[in-house]
Design a protein around this ligand. Sequence first.
Ligand code: FES
Length: 95
Amino acid sequence: MPKIKFSKDQSEIIVAKGVNLRQALLDAGKPIASSCGGEGVCGKCWVKVMGGENTLLPPNEIEDFLKVKNELGPIYRISCQVTVEGDLIIDAPYW
Ligand code: FES
């Protein structure tokens, strides 16, 4: 089962392989910005991936579009468009 570690406080959660990253964070009680509820429209749910990026599939078309629109570099992922397949280390400004 993949581990998601939060880079600032080094806390971790264990999630099921194949879960949606945004949903896994919400289920763990971590707030995540959004104005579209995970529909892939707002781009606000981005997180910084500090480790484990090699376990993720490349961004889909929606994520690519939102990253360009929001001027997000390669280290950022739009969490509602990401499937967790392995261990990750992530960060967001509000955790
Ligand atoms: S929650 Fe709006 S794009 Fe992810």
